[in-house]
Design a protein around this ligand. Structure first.
Ligand code: TMP
Length: 215
């Protein structure tokens, strides 16, 4: 059986990633392909528990950044083994909201951990599984902060981090994309929601073929 396509969406908070991945999922489903939509951290019972730990750390002491990094990787190990790999092997397409590049961007470029160490951790967590296509929704820091302010009530510990962090994050994502042009597609998320979702669908069809499953 043909392995399913593995597509990830990446970008900073406020880039519109979650809305876009939902739209893409609707289009993939409508084209008749079996699909699994999931997210990181989360997507499994263990992963959702880890997500809660990461998002609701309201204690005075900040979670140690190394602990945080290991928790992201722990959630990833679980979702790959339990959900993503089996689905792909059955021919199901997998769309994942964040994956290994988030660790490189946030913990690497953002927090300053060594990229080679993070890459080794990602490899350990995923057993070497990499996305076939990664769509990066790039948005200027000014704009993502403006969007985040509009939903300030949802802001979590990481979203409150400094603006400089987000500048490094954006530059880091763009560097990752430039280093792997065959896997990454960078979209400017200042375009309208409709334009961006149409462009994402075009890219996906171009990469994986429009007619294969369409009936
Ligand atoms: P999201 O719901 O906007 O995707 O938020 C998840 C948060 O977790 C976001 O701040 C990015 C962060 N994150 C990391 O720092 N490293 C990671 O490896 C992943 C998957 C997420």
């Amino acid at each position: 059986m043909k392995r399913g396509a593995f597509i990830t969406l990446e970008g900073p908070e406020g880039c519109g990633k979650t809305t876009q991945i939902q739209r893409l999922a609707e289009r993939v489903r409508a084209s008749g392909r079996p699909l699994l939509l999931t997210r990181e951290p989360g997507g499994t019972r263990t992963g959702e528990a880890i997500r809660q730990l990461l998002q609701h750390d309201s204690s005075d002491a900040e979670m140690n950044p190394r602990t945080e990094t290991l928790l992201f990787c722990a959630s990833r190990a679980q979702i790959v083994a339990q959900v993503i790999r089996p689905a792909l092997e059955q021919g199901t397409w997998v769309l994942c909201d964040r994956f290994t590049d988030s660790t490189l961007a946030y913990q690497g470029y953002g927090r300053g951990f060594a990229l080679d160490e993070l890459r080794a951790m990602n490899r350990f967590a995923t057993g070497g599984l990499a996305p076939d296509l990664t769509i990066l929704l790039d948005v200027p820091v000014e704009e993502s902060f403006r969007r985040l302010a509009a939903r300030a009530a949802q802001s979590d510990r990481i979203e409150r981090a400094a603006r400089e962090f987000h500048e490094r994050l954006r530059a880091g994502y763009l560097e990752l994309a430039a280093a792997e042009p065959a896997r990454f597609q960078v979209l400017n998320s200042l375009a309208s929601l409709e334009q961006t979702s149409a462009e994402i669908w075009r890219l996906v069809q171009q990469r994986f073929g429009a007619s294969e499953y369409a009936g």
